[in-house]
Write a protein of this length. Structure first.
Ligand code: GDP
Ligand code: MG
Length: 374
């Protein structure tokens, strides 16, 4: 399954715009009718007016129904986001209203066209066409609330992160301000996409890097995996549970300097909770902002030179070398000083490759030219 491109959803027109377009097509279709016999001509004109306007209206409505993904086709993570953002029931109801409308007006078109075919009375033909237009307007009018709902839902959905579940996804967790976004930016090959979750006003980042034709996505979790779990409501728990389905691995970020404002004790409690919640996922713990803690200069410099010489084109155990915190033994990194980033990326690739082995997307080590822009 690929990512849902919420940003690609087209603007939803108002009901009167849909009607105007439909009726104007109907008018044009009638203008193109030529028949010397007045009865035949009017009959054809009235039928064309009804049919082309209904076809145009149905096309407009059904295009939206087709372009909006059906809930059944979505990943659990996306379902949880849609539910929290706009409500699943409303999502389904309002899209089905468009389908209902389309069916109703097609049936009006059929009924009134038959009446026109059966009569030779020109006045009655006109009246039947007018009656059809009146009923069509009323039915389309009944969808106006749904169209408005869809338009505002589109604005909300456009901001949701889109994750492609056919590629690996690294879920980044940790307390606020520990440096998650900075790390996502540093690991990403381009500028991370800015998105938002329905659970928080904080923006989140979705970045990615490529290795051997696989896109490794990195997604932030503000509002989800950044504060004590007892503060969670049901919908947030649902989204967290769904993270298990998209996440290949969890990168838990700790700010050992405590500059983030959350104590180490609290950060470690959060880590325990995340481990409990996502117990099927492998969790890699990294301590960032290494530049802010006391590290022996010699040790730092010698690690830096080792890291610079790592060959990322062939990731094996030799390329997985880290500077570690002497006290906690956790991996140290610094986005500010570009320390440990290459190694952590290699570690992520290595772990994901291992967990993916046997899956068709995985490609054997060394089958392909080395990645120059790693
Ligand atoms: N000194 C230092 N500051 C950092 C580092 N990484 C992030 N920061 C700073 O920490 C603050 C919070 O970072 P941010 O990435 O927004 O944290 P998030 O809330 O976890 O996404 C920002 O002011 C960053 O500049 C680092 O490696 N070293
Ligand atoms: Mg952030």
């Amino acid at each position: 399954m690929t990512a849902v491109h919420w940003k690609k959803l087209a603007t939803v027109p108002f009901s009167d715009e849909i009607l105007d377009k439909g009726f104007s097509r109907g008018r044009k279709a009638a203008e193109n009718v030529y028949d010397p016999n007045k009865t035949f001509r009017v009959r054809k004109q009235m039928i064309r007016m009804i049919q082309s306007s209904v076809d145009t209206i149905c096309d407009q409505l059904m295009n939206h129904v087709k372009n909006w993904p059906s809930i059944e086709s979505l990943e659990l993570f996306d379902i949880a986001l849609v539910d929290a953002a706009v409500g699943l029931d409303d999502y389904k109801h309002n899209l089905s209203m468009l389908q209902w409308c389309s069916k109703q007006i097609s049936s009006i078109a059929r009924q009134n066209t038959e009446k026109i075919i059966r009569t030779a009375n020109i006045e009655f033909m006109h009246a039947t066409r007018r009656e059809a237009y009146g009923r069509i307007s009323s039915i389309v009018g009944q969808t106006s609330k749904s169209l408005e709902w869809l338009n505002s839902a589109r604005e909300t959905l456009k901001k949701l992160p889109s994750i492609d579940s056919s590629h690996p996804c690294i879920v980044v967790a940790g307390a606020p301000n520990v440096g998650k976004s900075a790390l996502i930016s540093s690991l990403s090959s381009g500028k991370p996409e800015v998105a938002s979750y329905p659970f928080t006003t904080k923006q989140l980042h979705v970045g990615h890097f490529d290795h051997r034709r696989l896109k490794y996505q990195i997604v932030d979790t503000p509002g989800l995996l950044d504060r004590p779990m007892q503060e969670r409501n049901q919908i947030e728990m649902q989204a967290i549970a769904a993270l298990e389905h998209i996440g290949s691995i969890v990168l838990f970020v700790i700010d050992y300097s405590e500059e983030c404002g959350t104590s180490l004790v609290e950060q470690n409690n959060l880590l325990k909770e995340v481990k409990n919640l996502l117990n099927k996922k492998e969790i890699i713990v990294v301590e960032t902002k290494a530049d802010l803690i006391n590290i022996d200069k010699k040790e730092w410099n010698s690690y830096k030179s080792i890291e610079t010489n790592i060959d990322s084109s062939n990731i094996d155990s030799k390329s997985l070398i880290f500077l570690r915190n002497n006290i906690t033994n956790n991996i140290l990194i610094s986005t500010k000083e570009n320390l440990g980033l290459k190694s952590i990326k290699n570690l992520l690739i290595n772990k994901i490759q291992k967990s993916n082995s046997g899956k068709p997307l995985e490609l054997p080590e060394g089958w392909y030219r080395s990645d120059k822009n790693f």
